[in-house]
Design a protein around this ligand. Structure first.
Ligand code: GTP
Ligand code: MG
Ligand code: ZN
Length: 258
């Protein structure tokens, strides 16, 4: 269990190309950058769902890590059929849409063809790392896009009593025969670390804060306690939730030894 394989599509079937070394792409947080670049990843798709309810702070953290690594982040919101929860999740994502992130609305179980088309539209021609909490539909997405991949989904994991996270290793799937497009399915949001970041650089990687930089009285303003801060002046538009996340991440980064 937990072997990593390379898949390709042959007709309607997925073919195992080779078994990779047993080691996670994101195993060591401090090597995150290097490994992402090594895999030529140019996009990160953060997949959340109407249910389970997503943690905004986890989402924000993944987006910051992507920005810091100069990798384009995309947000997928799955489980369109869970209408009430979906509407709530959509509202929680509105600030992210407003700050420029593309939010792709998906119903992988009930609107398969539309979901597939929307996904291929952003995925073809790219190497995309798929991230997201357990149960949002990452494996479902692999199976939708690559018939025959047989990525195990939650039902299977319950049957096998194999624990919370169904997907236990990082797997690369080719989306096209030319091998220009790949999906990297990686378990665990939690391994997505920000260790390489300095607290004073954080604001640059949060677009809604970044856009207000350059108007502070002090050139080295942390946008927390200083008088004459141009970011604090914009708090009504930034919103308490995002500013709280900024402060939490800032504290975390500042408390680490350089
Ligand atoms: N209602 C609904 N359920 C869905 C949808 N897409 C996927 N699911 C279900 O959500 C559950 C979790 O899906 P998975 O694809 O296993 O989730 P995952 O992100 O791979 O989870 P891990 O491997 O644990 O990280 C499964 O029971 C899927 O059938 C959808 O559009 N609507
Ligand atoms: Mg999975
Ligand atoms: Zn400031």
């Amino acid at each position: 269990m937990g072997d990593q394989v390379l898949w390709s599509v042959s007709g309607d079937e997925g073919v195992v190309e080779s078994v990779l070394e047993r080691r996670s792409l994101l195993y060591r947080q401090d090597e995150l950058r290097t490994k992402l670049f090594a895999a030529n990843i140019d996009q990160i798709l953060v997949l959340v769902a109407a249910d389970p309810e997503f943690s905004e702070s986890q989402l924000a953290r993944a987006l910051v890590a992507a920005e810091a690594a100069h990798i384009r982040p995309l947000i997928g919101l799955n489980k369109l059929d869970l209408a009430e929860n979906f509407q709530r999740a959509r509202q929680r994502l509105q600030p992210y849409q407003d700050m420029g992130y593309q939010v792709i609305e998906l119903g992988m179980k009930t609107s398969e063809a539309t979901a597939k088309a929307r996904l291929l539209d952003v995925l073809l021609g790219h190497q995309t790392l798929v991230l997201g909490p357990s149960g949002t539909g990452k494996s479902t997405m692999i199976n939708l896009l690559i018939p025959g991949a047989l990525a195990s989904t939650n039902e299977v994991s319950r049957a096998l009593h194999s624990g919370k996270h169904t997907t236990t290793s990082t797997t690369l799937y080719w989306l096209d025969a030319q091998r220009q497009s790949a999906l990297i399915d990686s378990p665990g949001f939690q391994s997505f670390g920000l260790h390489h970041l300095r607290a004073e650089d954080l604001s640059r990687f949060m677009p809604d804060i970044n856009r207000h930089l350059g108007h502070c009285r002090f050139y080295n303003c942390s946008h927390r306690h200083e008088p004459g801060c141009g970011v604090v002046a914009q708090l009504p538009s930034i919103g308490q939730s995002r500013y709280r996340i900024y402060n939490e991440l800032f504290d975390e980064l500042a408390s680490k030894s350089p």
